[in-house]
Design a protein around this ligand. Sequence first.
Ligand SMILES: [Zn+2]
Length: 399
Amino acid sequence: MTDRPIAEPRSDCPACGSGALKSLLHLPAIPVQSCILLDRADEGASFPRHEMRLTYCETCGFVFNAAFDERLIDYASATEESQHFSGTFNAFAKRLVEEIVATWPLEGRKVLEIGCGKGDFLRELCLAVRCQALGIDPGFIEERLETLDGGSLRFQREYFSPRTVNMRPDLVVCRHTLEHIGEVRAFVDNILPLVAGRPGAGIFFETPDVGRVLREGAFWDIYFEHCSYFTPGTHARLFRAAGYDVTDVRLDYGDQYIIQHARPAGGTSVPPHPAEEPLEELAAVAAAFPAKVAEVMAHWRDFVIRRYRDGQRIAVWGGGSKCVSFLTSLDLDEEIAQVIDINPHKQNRFLPGTGALVSAPEMLSKSPPDTVIVMNPVYLDEIGRSLADMGLSPELVAV
Ligand SMILES: [Zn+2]
């Protein structure tokens, strides 16, 4: 928690401390939570908003929201970040579990997952290797997860603090969490003592990549909970500067996620990993971003408005944060006839911002769409098959 007043944007880089900052994008009022779902449409439409000041650090390449204020977000509320209802995502998670087990000797050892969500991934890991595991997340819901025999898997429903971790983990797993952390350097500094000084101990991080977002102007991947944005280079540089040896860093999952393995460096300075892109490359992409994102936003607004005026029914597939950002950044509302999601916990609830209802795919049979906009291209094949199974063949496009 910070003592800064809410209105004042920060003027230093949270990764390296530099004051050489450049503005990339200003969104005056976006919902302060986009992974939340509301019980009523009016609750969604009146959900609190705050500004986004997407900012680039010329010294280290880090991209962040300079107007971020974590006090506006309550992760212990109805956060619904689990993607574990998609076959594509499940297959990816299983492959990562195999990779972790093959990379780190975990048999009979200890694993800590920071930001474990509902605990699905940690459970998969415990099924793959006999280890003691602790998951920490303020949004953990016990009733959702089947328990494992033997009590080898336990959870603490709270924010991560090194003071409450009564475990010396051999591996710290942290997936889709660093992008939610404002003080990123302090966060990785807090993890290092947990694994430092023990041979074979290390960390595994998975974080969304902002490279494609910047190159393609993918504004739907920018939302309030994500205050910190990385490329493989900025990710690895942050950890190396904090005293980690980055042993592997790469893009995966259709180049959307950064996968990084690292271990404590033990006081020696570590050379860059070959996968770290040079800062000059990132600087050029950041310089082109403001014009690119304006062009892409105009394209999608025009795409929807033209079809809507022609009397066509447009559905958005994916009722998560990308959808909330897509709709609120473009100021769309009644132009979108339906929002679809396969996650039963999202269905029959309402999105923050527009207050749009999220429906099950079967609802499309009752009122067939002319166009379906898919919020994540990774799911295009899966969604195409679901539509075909329902006997539907709308225009199918991914953002
Ligand atoms: Zn920086």
